[in-house]
Design a protein around this ligand. Structure first.
Ligand code: ADP
Ligand code: 5GP
Length: 203
């Protein structure tokens, strides 16, 4: 948590009563964010924010379930109307978290989980001091490279660029996040995150 961040709840006018928690899970590309948050989703007990994105749906992805797929024009409108709690450009596409459903769920007492990349997570850290922020680290840089390679063909140049970005992000994780976990074994790390959340205060 940062000192200069505003406290969104329980004191903000948006959040008059006791509410749920805003939980942010972030980390470098390929570290296992989706894998870990999918496993958390299976355990239940969280509201998963559905992001908007300008990228095209991949096979098997459903509108409104994995993402809300929008045009760049619509995404720009959402930024201008301040409808996004955070947003970022990533791999030539835009991604953002619609603000209203998140605040409504928190006001209703639900814990809301955001699985987002690091630039967006830093915006949340700056704006919502009470967010519980969890950074996922790889067991090693070599393992991160293996996981990225395992997801499909990537040139050596792309891998090197991703590793450079990942090193910078891991430094941000060290400096700015409340908790850091290592995604070595899936069951173990999911248990560790559930333990962190069990110990983190409610609002
Ligand atoms: P991210 O969402 O951070 O980009 P993914 O969840 O897509 O990462 O995971 C990247 C790759 O790493 C996938 O092939 C996934 O199956 C693999 N992976 C994730 N967690 C683990 C783990 N604990 N052990 C081994 N492989 C993992
Ligand atoms: P993908 O295109 O593989 O689904 O996601 C690419 C990256 O965007 C992942 O690191 C994912 O965590 C991140 N992401 C997904 N939704 C959001 C969002 O709403 N905001 C931000 N900042 N990142 C997001």
């Amino acid at each position: 948590m940062t000192d200069n961040a505003t406290h969104c709840w329980p004191n903000s006018p948006e959040q008059p009563g006791p509410g749920g928690r805003l939980i942010v899970v972030s980390g470098p590309s390929g570290v296992g964010k989706s894998t870990v948050t999918d496993a958390l989703e299976e355990r239940g007990g969280f509201y998963f924010s559905i992001s908007v994105t300008t990228r095209k749906a991949r096979p098997g992805e459903e509108e409104g379930e994995h993402y809300r797929f929008v045009s760049e024009e619509r995404f720009g409108e959402m930024i201008r109307a301040d409808e996004l709690l955070e947003w970022a450009q990533y791999n030539n596409n835009f991604y953002g978290t619609p603000r209203r459903p998140v605040l409504d769920q928190i006001a209703a007492g639900s814990d809301v989980l955001l699985e987002i990349e690091v630039q967006g997570a830093m915006q949340v850290i700056g704006a919502y001091a009470d967010a519980v922020t969890i950074f996922i680290n790889p067991p090693s840089i070599d393992e991160l490279i293996r996981r990225l390679r395992g997801r499909g063909h990537m040139s050596e140049e792309t891998i090197e660029r991703r590793m450079e970005i990942a090193r910078g992000e891991m430094e941000i994780g060290r400096q700015h996040f409340d908790h850091r976990v290592v995604n070595d074994d899936l069951e173990r790390v999911v248990g560790e995150i559930l333990g962190i959340l069990a110990r983190s205060p409610s609002n």
